[in-house]
Design a protein around this ligand. Sequence first.
Ligand code: AMP
Ligand code: ZN
Length: 691
Amino acid sequence: MILDNLPKDPAQRISTLRELVAHHNERYHALDNPEIPDADYDELATELRRLETAHPEFALEGSPAQQVGASASELFSPVRHTVPMMSLDNAFDDDEIRSWAQRLARAIDRQSTDDLVFSVEPKVDGVAMAITYRNGLFAQAATRGDGVVGEDVSANVETIASVPRELTGPKGSFPDVLEVRGEVYLPFKAFEEMNTRQRKENAKEFANPRNAAAGSLRQKDPTVTAKRPLAFLAYQLGQVEGIPAKSPFVTLSHAGMLSALSGVGLPVSHDVVSCVGIEQVILRCHELEAARHDLDHEIDGVVIKLDDLDLRDRAGSTSRAPRWAVARKLAPEERSTLLRDIEVSIGRTGRATPYAVLEPVVVGGSTVEFATLHNEDQVLLKDVRPGDTVVVHKAGDVIPEVVGPVLGGKGKRPPAWKFPKDCPACEGPLVRLEEESDTYCVNLDCPAQQLQRVSHYASRSAMDIEGLGEKVVQRLIDAKFVVDVADIYELDVTALAGLEGMGELSAKNLADAIEHSKQQPLSRLLVGLGIRHLGPTGARDVARATRDFERLRSSSIETLAEINGIGHVIAESIVRFMNNPANMVVLDRLPKLGLTLVEPESPTLSDGDGPLSGKTVVVTGAVPGFTRDEAEEAVESAGGKATGSVSKKTFCVVVGDAPGASKITKAEALNIPMVDASGFEALLETGELPE
Ligand code: AMP
Ligand code: ZN
């Protein structure tokens, strides 16, 4: 969408793009304070390059499309790079990798790329650094700057723990002058800790690890840098002089060079893999993409490099980037888009949650159209306003988040958003209690609350009534057939068949499903009632301890609080729910409508006496017939341990529908056996891997 507002005329478009790219270059490289997500910047730069190629008449010496980074700042002394520090060309999909490889093959007179060896490495999202060792001693560290002149940040880089002061290995194993290139970065964990500290000190949080690393490096005072747990990974050589004859640095391959670097004590990524042929490269890119959240640092791509150093020389470089390498960009996890509106949704307790209605945008691998904004304070804090362009963040399977507005500084901003005074569903007042951050619709007859309560009751994790989804419930409420959950049991097939979009057969199936749900165990009913603070595990604990609904209804806070796993807060919430007059009317009806309302005895095995005893099992994806909780519970009642992350100790990984890619990759890497959903029951019964 960032391209939508540009002029169509090529000359004007190019000139606008040049201004924009130069501006964002400066924000990113010189000021460490980007305004727009990287993916937006890439879009602008790619478009500019495309136009300059298509219209050579407008091409320009020194166009920002040809530039590497940004000019060095005046904060530090300049350092001239003897060997220029280049940028990398980008490939945005597999086919662009293939075309790059074909161009490369032509440049080095090869028929095919099938027998070429490539190094495939994570593109660490940090700051490029050139570190020079003279006679094995740390001498200087310089940033990339514009590729020719960088900044001398030696004092700061010297504080980084993973940058050795002195190279290891016998004298004569390393060159007299060794300039090593690599990335200074901030590991995820350190980044989170740093932001926690910033929050505590009421200081501004860092937007992402790269910014935090760049900001930490550009400190005038190295003691500030020293407090930031930066790290370094080496991936290349710069200027090298005086290589002793027997040194491991006498090598013809990139892999040999990396192992030489590691041999003298420089840190090298463990995730570098050599691949033969471009298809293997592509597979490895997919693997790294799937595992990107399991690495200890952020990556914004995968770098693919020709391994043979002689062939590299033959391939050569353009003014901006080598021909022998390319960066495969990964699906962006941050994009900008238009915030169309902020609306409010009403939950089953009446809580009014503001959410962003976005111009749909593909981010983190899926299309995002809505994102919760949590509550009034969050909207104010983020200061997002309908009409703003906003940055949306989504990583893997986490829920999408609106980070904040993109403020270009030009033009007037739309007015700030105000929390609506009335409920969008029932027009009753929305009330925010003092000292609370949440706002509520307090009208118990609010149709939006009814809808949420009944849909939640019927949902898979609760009473599991198939065919009673939100749409059908909405129709039942509109037709005034249903107001509360007890009304479900008074529906008859004729009434159901009369609903819009409902045929005879589906009406009958739904009636059967409703009938069937009367036998659901008490624990599911408790989940379905949606009692505040009471989750599925707590519901199970309470149901197992009380067994019977009437007994539960008459239990005191003290009795409930004695149940293992149930604290005072939950106990009090249950009792308050059971004794609320409006709820009591509904609850009184349930037994009369034929619900069994008991918790069956389940053979719970204690640790160590089930078929899976001593074994740890990871479940990923949906196993048909089980919710995630139930699947894990089943593992536990077979004596096993269910955990959420794959490690060397994992016995096996159960793979259901839509499994987590990173778990699979990890299991493959560690050689952990995988069991598909159809083998799950056998696994539970025997404790052994199914055939
Ligand atoms: P760009 O920032 O798009 O110009 O991409 C080039 C930059 O990628 C280099 O200057 C490095 O800072 C960075 N980079 C990160 N990891 C690697 C790697 N494994 N090999 C080469 N460059 C890398
Ligand atoms: Zn309402």
